[in-house]
Design a protein around this ligand. Structure first.
Ligand SMILES: C[S@@+](CC[C@H](N)C(=O)[O-])C[C@H]1O[C@@H](n2cnc3c(N)ncnc32)[C@H](O)[C@@H]1O
Length: 266
């Protein structure tokens, strides 16, 4: 038990270090998926005085989409473990004249939020960093009776079919933190919560090899920070060769990404 706890803390520390180092450039190296945001917004339409939280908000690229759209009708608690991410979010929102938010440095496993106070909780691309049972129990505690939790993530099988999973050596094998749907479903059932809907989003992506290499060198997915230096270097070379072998136009590399959105009711 002690070992497991130590292990979890060690992993948390090294991930926190990783997110600190990429916080100032995070928005520029990741791809923003607007479809799930639109889908959620449509469900929320008509509501007023919406109190919500974005947990594992990072530099706020998803929070911003909700705040801009709903304006004064909503208030967002932007919660993240990482201070640099929150600083980057604050600068970004100031530039964008967004004021209806607060930042809370805190842990998804122990949310800095009052009981029964939230209408919506979102978590984008972050659930695999949390201790899921603790996060669900905290969601249950902080959501109002008719509150909703939205989890947006890529599943392990979706990850292994992505361009990184198929072309970048060891990417799918090293990324053991992601979940399959059935694993998440079990956690949700055990937490006494109910899945209201699930939706898989498919994205036709196009990118250049140079953009992909820049993303990899910047560890745009935290998976890449799990490689040791030498293995990463060799893998990047093989990745570039794989892309050259498998795609004709290196300026217009095309593939499909998939992610899932799970809507959970209290
Ligand atoms: C992959 S990033 C996603 C950021 C943002 N949601 C997005 O999609 O742009 C994961 C974020 O979760 C945060 N995080 C990781 N573990 C956390 C925890 N236990 N509690 C709160 N935040 C956490 C990291 O600091 C990081 O900012």
């Amino acid at each position: 038990m002690l070992n497991t706890k130590n292990e979890i803390n060690k992993n948390k520390q090294s991930m926190n270090y990783h997110f600190s180092s990429i916080a100032s450039k995070y928005r520029s190296i990741r791809t923003l998926d607007l479809e799930p945001v639109l889908y959620i917004k449509n469900q929320m339409n008509g509501k007023t005085k919406i109190n919500m939280a974005d947990v594992g908000c990072g530099d706020g690229r998803y929070s911003k989409e909700f705040l801009k759209y709903f304006g004064d009708k909503c208030f967002m608690h932007c919660i993240d473990y990482n201070e640099n991410m929150l600083k980057s979010l604050e600068n970004y929102f100031t530039e964008q004249n967004i004021t209806n938010f607060c930042t809370r440095q805190g842990d998804a496993n122990r949310l800095p939020i009052d009981n029964d106070s939230l209408d919506y909780i979102f978590t984008f691309n972050a659930i695999h960093h949390f201790e899921v049972p603790k996060f669900l129990s905290e969601s249950l505690r902080t959501l109002k009776d008719d509150g909703h939790l939205f989890i947006y993530t890529r599943l392990r099988n979706q990850n292994s079919r992505s361009i990184w999973g198929t072309q970048f050596p060891l990417f799918a094998e090293i990324e053991t933190r992601l979940y399959e749907f059935d694993e998440l479903k079990q956690y949700i059932q055990e937490a006494d919560m109910e899945i209201h809907s699930t939706r898989v989003f498919g994205y036709h992506r196009t990118s250049s090899l140079s953009r992909l290499v820049t993303q990899a060198k910047n560890n745009h997915y935290s998976t890449l920070a799990l490689y040791d230096k030498e293995t990463f270097k060799e893998s990047l070379v093989t990745f570039q060769q794989n892309i050259k072998d498998n795609f004709d136009d290196l300026e217009q590399i095309k593939w499909t990404d998939e992610n899932i959105l799970i809507e959970i009711r209290k």
